[in-house]
Design a protein around this ligand. Structure first.
Ligand SMILES: Cc1ncc(COP(=O)(O)O)c(C=O)c1O
Length: 493
């Protein structure tokens, strides 16, 4: 075995980065022809990482080589065109390239004084996002790690605002002894909202569930009834709505919710981890009527905007509401000035400049490209639904967006089809549970998906159904494999 030289901080960086870029390009080029998930031979390569912690450092070049040789084959090919699991986007070339350069810059974007370029580009990206979504221009968009964190920011801002309106300073006094807040949410609200409520000290159990319709849309006509049932309908109220139900892709009726909330000075927070981007498309705008009337919104960059992980965005109608909750100390509230500093509007102090990735994605797409990305992926989803319906399978949702729920007979048959499909490797989809029934979810969120990817994937799904005995024919061969990620909560990602 060759002994690699010990690492030297003076390793030639230029050769190293060119090597990394070459390997990255080769990896991306391999995506259209490789299987989506790793096979058994690839998985065995992971053992190569089981080294003893080296006494003396290994060279950077050998470290990169090992990462590529044993690591690249063990990725899920989610940046390619045939990964439809969870709700994962790919990475737009401009955003990946910008992210790579910005990694070399290694900027801390907590404060503008720490990085003029990060500060500038985050401001530009924030303005463009508000504009793309037709949100109030006086609002603010701030970059965080994920939609989960963005939901947390929205819930905390709502909590602090509502309590401040009630004359209670929760930042100073804490929640013990605070006035009660009513939290109303559709019963299909995403699990990260409950997590946000728990972290925010309000508790998962504080939610008063508003019934939903067959697509998972909140029955806004029942808001008053649910508020009444809290026993204290006049209490400060937050409503958690969603743009893009994680399974069906459906949208809550925002205008009706806003009409109700405005009469009570209630705070409306919208989880739009992927669905918020529908607002960027003319053809989808009817789905989001009234969305701009909310107080705060959470979304992801790493899903439908197709920027690298990790990237979420918290948007607020009035940035000072977020600053109340996130400023490092009350002193910072006094002279915020023109620049809305990330450190005083997000949970983190030091942070990478996530806005650069979003800026590059938006600049390379432009308004029409962003709209086209949304429309194209939705059209792919409809193509999946039509082809699978024609093949005799049951599509469970109204495919209004990029999400398709398909069922291949019984729960067991559906689980076998998913396992067979994952084993086949042409494409990757996971299981979910929709209205008590097992289903396979197809989420088309990647810019890279082509018509050909859809055709190949449909053929693989129909073939998997045949192998798993779910095509109305005989069960052929007992498949002992089980689909990856069968936990209903996992399907929420
Ligand atoms: C509607 C919704 N909200 C929140 C999340 C959580 O997003 P993240 O994984 O970025 O925290 C997801 C993930 O799929 C989602 O679909």
């Amino acid at each position: 075995m060759n002994k690699t030289p010990p690492s030297d901080p003076n390793d030639p960086i230029s050769g190293l980065l060119i090597d990394a870029a070459t390997r990255a390009e080769q990896y991306l080029e391999s995506l259209s022809s490789r299987r989506v998930g790793p096979d058994g031979a690839a998985l065995e390569q992971l053992d190569r990482f089981d080294e003893a912690f080296p006494e003396h450092g290994e060279s950077a070049a050998s470290t990169l080589a090992l990462l590529d040789e044993a690591g690249s084959p063990n990725t899920m090919a989610s940046p390619g065109g045939r990964y439809f699991g969870f709700v994962n986007g790919g990475t737009l070339p401009a955003s990946l390239a910008a992210h790579t350069l910005a990694s070399a810059w290694d900027q801390n974007s907590a404060l503008s004084v720490m990085s003029p370029v990060a500060s500038k580009l985050q401001q530009v990206a924030s303005t463009w996002i508000l504009e793309a979504l037709s949100f109030p221009s006086e609002g603010g968009a701030f970059f965080v790690g994920s939609a989960t964190v963005a939901n947390l920011c929205g819930v905390v801002a709502a909590r602090d605002h509502l309590l401040a309106e009630a004359g209670y300073d929760v930042a100073a006094r804490g929640l013990i002894g605070a006035p009660k807040i009513n939290v109303l949410a559709g019963s299909s609200v995403h699990s990260t909202s409950a997590k946000a409520l728990s972290i925010a000290g309000l508790g998962r159990a504080c939610v008063h569930s508003v019934p939903v319709d067959e697509e998972g849309r909140m029955r806004a006509d029942l808001l008053s009834e649910v508020a009444q049932a809290t026993g204290k309908p006049e209490a400060p109220t937050m409503v958690l709505a969603q743009a893009g139900e994680v399974n069906s892709g459906a949208f809550d009726p925002f205008d009706e919710i806003a009409n109700w909330a405005e009469q009570r000075n209630a705070w409306v927070h919208v989880d739009g981890a992927f669905g918020l981007w529908a607002a960027a498309s003319e053809s989808k705008r009817h789905l989001v009527a009234g969305l701009d009337r909310a107080n705060s919104w959470a979304t992801d960059g790493h899903k439908w905007l197709n920027v690298p992980y990790d990237s979420g965005v918290i948007l607020v109608r009035d940035p000072s509401t977020l600053r109340r909750s996130m400023a490092v100390s009350a002193a910072y509230l006094v002279d915020e000035g023109a620049i809305l500093e990330p450190m005083h509007h997000t949970p983190q102090s030091s942070q990478r400049a996530r806005g650069i990735d979003a800026w590059a994605a938006l600049r390379s797409l432009g308004r029409t490209g962003l709209q086209e990305l949304v429309d194209r992926t939705c059209a792919h989803a409809r193509r999946f639904a039509e082809a699978l319906t024609s093949a005799g399978f049951e599509v469970l949702n109204d495919v209004v967006l990029n999400q398709v729920l398909v069922r291949f007979g019984t729960d067991e048959q559906t689980a076998r089809v998913i396992a067979t499909l994952q084993e086949d490797g042409t494409c990757w989809c996971g299981p979910t549970v929709w209205r008590g029934q097992g289903a396979m979810r197809i989420s088309v969120s990647s810019w890279a998906t082509t018509n050909e990817d859809v055709e190949r994937s449909v053929a693989a799904m129909i073939s998997a159904a045949g192998v798993a005995g779910a095509a109305g024919g005989e069960a052929s061969g007992a498949h002992e494999t089980s689909a990856r990620s069968t936990n209903a909560d996992d399907a929420d990602v």
